[in-house]
Design a binder for this molecule. Structure first.
Ligand SMILES: Nc1ncnc2c1ncn2[C@@H]1O[C@H](COP(=O)(O)OP(=O)(O)OP(=O)(O)O)[C@@H](O)[C@H]1O
Ligand SMILES: [Mg+2]
Length: 259
């Protein structure tokens, strides 16, 4: 948790607009995320949080503005002063820097935990099996699941599956991790173990953008809290300010539900 200032941001989003047909969902999002920073995005349902995360790794294209990750514009490249869409290959390369964890764990059901974790590094990134297995073992230790290496997803609890999903996302050695409500599909008693894993990662200096309704996590693990509503950033700042003393009426109204 080291909010570093005066360094090049790892993520630089500028005036990001996104529409689905006639519905404008993102209406000019500006957001910088410094290396090592943990940013939690809060906001009501439908405010565009998932859409914004999906734009960061180009699961959605944007209509206006720009998103840079690690100095590269996501999804596009400059060709003689004109922006053109990157090839599928170019996009895949950019995505190697970005890990994503969703509400639904989406593990491959027919693969063991180990196979799930090494699938991308070996199958897509061309790493040697031996190296990938070594990394997978270290990652499983990190998420507290060394004993489940040969289990199948159906043999695991929801919390364990989500921790495997986190290990799988980390296996590509991303510079940035995106989490979209990673605990929302879990039984309440399983939420804590996943949040503990995420807090661990946060304290180890991983750059993270986390969409969650877990206000406690935001308070404890975030360097910065961003409140989104209606497709814009309404308010942002330190957790103790935004959560403890929100300035904007929309932030106040949203947070009052959690008290
Ligand atoms: N693929 C899509 N096609 C059309 N509309 C979409 C699509 N994806 C999202 N939307 C719309 O965009 C708006 C924002 O959705 P988004 O999923 O980003 O919200 P959210 O803030 O993540 O909400 P929640 O807290 O419920 O997850 C919603 O009105 C949604 O219906
Ligand atoms: Mg969402």
């Amino acid at each position: 948790m080291n909010a570093i200032t005066n360094v090049e941001p790892l993520v630089r989003a500028r005036n990001v607009h996104k529409s689905f047909d006639h519905l404008e969902v993102l209406k000019g999002i500006d957001l910088d995320v410094a290396p090592g920073e943990v940013v939690v995005i809060l906001g009501p349902s439908g405010s565009g949080k998932s859409t914004f995360l999906r734009c960061i790794n180009h699961l959605e294209s944007i209509n206006k503005g720009s998103i840079e990750v690690d100095g590269e514009q996501i999804g596009y490249r400059l060709n003689k002063d004109r922006l053109e869409s990157l090839s599928a290959n170019g996009i895949a390369k950019q995505r190697r820097k970005i890990g994503m964890v969703f509400q639904q764990f989406n593990l491959y059901p027919h693969m063991t935990v180990l196979q799930n974790i090494i699938e991308a590094p070996v199958g897509i990134h061309g790493r040697s099996r031996k190296d990938a297995i070594g990394d997978a073992k270290r990652l499983l230790e990190r998420v507290g699941l060394s004993d489940k290496i040969n289990s199948y997803p159906r043999q695991l609890s929801g919390g364990q599956q989500q921790r495997v999903a986190i290990a799988r996302a980390l296996a590509i050695k991303p510079k940035l991790m995106l989490f979209d409500e990673p605990t929302s599909a879990l039984d309440p008693e399983l939420v804590g173990e996943v949040l503990a894993t995420m807090k661990d990662l946060a304290s180890q200096g991983l750059t993270m953008i986390v969409v969650t309704h877990e206000i406690g996590f935001a308070r404890e693990a975030a360097d910065r809290v961003v409140f989104m509503d209606g497709g814009v950033v309404v308010e942002q700042g330190k957790p103790e300010d935004v959560i403890g003393n929100p300035q904007h009426p929309r932030t106040q109204a949203f947070l009052s539900r959690f008290i």
